[in-house]
Design a protein around this ligand. Structure first.
Ligand SMILES: NC(=O)c1ccc[n+]([C@@H]2O[C@H](COP(=O)([O-])OP(=O)(O)OC[C@H]3O[C@@H](n4cnc5c(N)ncnc54)[C@H](O)[C@@H]3O)[C@@H](O)[C@H]2O)c1
Length: 459
């Protein structure tokens, strides 16, 4: 604790004397310990990955000092991994390892204003944890999706404004927005190299996702659902929001605006005995204000062709936004509309296609690292940095496509934003043994969307 306390005291003294007390200050005080402390809330795969990226930023010392989760093994196993990789940058003694639904508060306690918290739990908890981080004056890195429905989107945008007023820097894990190759592509598209965009298409087609076998007897309803958060719409927005947001967002980025409405179809074909709330196919037609389209196809069925790519078509050419998965993006421009399709990693060489009119030089730096380099540059050099509104709107656009397919109706951006259905209104009061935001019926089944039957709400 001594290191934290000494750092805390010196900064608090400084802030008390500052006319800016209450406003987060940039970490440029050369005379004092310049280490930025990091708390990790949600110690799963991505949270641990984000901590690794944080500790690899080169613009000043960083240290992970506290961690929170609801599952002891997740915290302990990933703490061990972090300590092995960064023995001098991870200092999380037992008193700074917090467990349970209130653990996020304990994990943020040792931090001082100007430190950083990583929010990487399932998206449902994002606004709750973000609200607390703002109260504590912390900079934030939060994973996508940041909202799952209309009410939480409005709340998140308002919280983003609060963070801006306190000069807190906030990064949202739509890392593709930090990819230098996609940035170069955007510049070329804006420069007219494919003409005007008339259509875009994106695919996320893989083997499976978001299933939920029957709940074992030895786990509570809440713990079961949280650990299977892709299966439950309140937890994640389902596979549609959680998986597809990146590609929907990167297409909207290239277009330079959000779509005004979504029309969609989808169905449960082979969920078999899975109790989740997802469909296993989705086909969404997003429409922009000028009438141009983004077609998104999602399929989570083993044995089918796989594709994980995004494309833009313009009046005088086309572009690859993502080739296969998020990185390397291998962005390219073609003079016509014939683009080789890449179905797996071994086919990436097809992307080094001589027929491309332009391609971004390889290799690319991982955007997962670049998003952290950019965030920490903003924190250390006090540059404006707040990705919350953009992240919340990207989450809303994902929800809009999902709702269109789940209800069988056209859903507009404004309808989605103003829709009153909040999937988990009491998520800030959740307890391990209390009722869950969605409960099974007498036959043990959870409500699933029924297009054409349930048309005003997804379930
Ligand atoms: N940007 C990307 O490419 C990317 C990739 C994967 C995941 N993600 C996002 O990261 C987030 C986490 O996904 P993941 O794959 O790491 O899942 P995960 O299940 O591996 O990790 C989530 C962790 O959060 C913990 N947790 C759940 N509720 C909690 C709570 N209330 N308080 C504290 N801890 C809690 C879980 O026990 C688990 O350890 C999701 O929002 C997901 O969409 C982003």
């Amino acid at each position: 604790m001594s290191e934290i306390n000494s750092g805390t005291r010196s900064r608090r003294d400084f802030m008390a004397k500052s006319a800016l007390a209450g406003v987060a200050l940039p970490h440029v005080h050369a005379a004092e310990n310049n280490t930025i402390q990091v708390a990790l809330i949600g110690c799963g795969g991505r949270g641990t990955g984000a901590a690794v990226n944080a500790l690899q930023v080169k613009n000043g010392p960083m240290k992970v000092v506290s961690m929170a989760d609801i599952v002891p093994a997740k915290l302990n196993d990933n703490l061990d991994k972090l300590k092995t990789q960064f023995p001098n940058q991870v200092d999380v003694p037992p008193e700074r390892r917090a467990l349970g639904f209130e653990a996020y508060k304990q994990a943020m306690d040792p931090l001082k204003p100007g430190d950083v918290v990583i929010l990487a739990t399932p998206p449902a908890f994002r606004w709750v944890h973000f609200r607390h981080a703002i109260e504590k004056g912390l900079h934030v890195f939060m994973e996508k999706a940041v909202t799952v429905d209309g009410p939480t989107t409005k709340r998140m945008i308002e919280l983003g404004e609060q963070a801006r007023r306190k000069n807190l820097k906030v990064g949202v894990g739509l890392m593709v927005r930090h990819c230098r190759g996609r940035m170069a592509l955007l510049e070329r598209i804006r420069g007219g190299q494919i003409g005007d965009i008339i259509a875009m298409r994106a695919y996320r087609m893989g083997r499976a996702g978001g299933t939920a076998p029957p709940k074992p007897d030895n786990i509570s309803e809440v713990m079961y659902q949280v650990q299977r958060f892709h299966a439950f719409l309140w937890g994640s927005g389902g596979v549609f929001s959680d998986y597809n947001i990146h590609q929907i967002d990167e297409c909207c980025w290239m277009k330079g605006e959000w779509p005004v409405e979504a029309h969609g179809i989808g169905a449960r074909h082979y969920r078999r005995d899975s109790l989740d709330q997802n469909f296993d196919t989705y086909s969404i037609e997003y429409t922009y204000a000028d009438g141009t389209k983004l077609f998104f196809g999602g399929r989570y069925i083993p044995g089918c062709r796989e594709e994980f790519a995004s494309y833009a078509h313009g009046t005088s050419g086309s572009a690859v936004i993502s080739t296969f998965m998020h990185t390397p993006g291998m962005p390219r421009i073609y003079k016509g509309h014939v683009i080789p399709r890449v179905a797996n990693k071994t086919e990436l060489r097809k992307a080094e296609d001589a027929s491309a009119a332009w391609s971004y030089p390889q290799p690319e730096v991982s955007p997962y690292q670049l998003e952290w380099d950019d965030l920490m540059d903003a924190i250390r050099n006090d540059k404006p940095y707040n990705e919350v509104k953009r992240g919340a709107e990207a989450s809303l656009v994902a929800s809009m496509g999902r709702m269109a397919a789940h209800t069988g109706q056209i859903v507009t951006f404004d309808q989605m934003l103003n829709h009153p259905h909040e999937f988990a209104p009491n998520v800030d009061k959740l307890t391990a043994d209390g009722p869950a935001p969605v409960m099974p019926d007498a036959s043990g089944k959870y409500p699933v969307p029924e297009p054409g039957i349930k048309i005003d709400r997804e379930y």
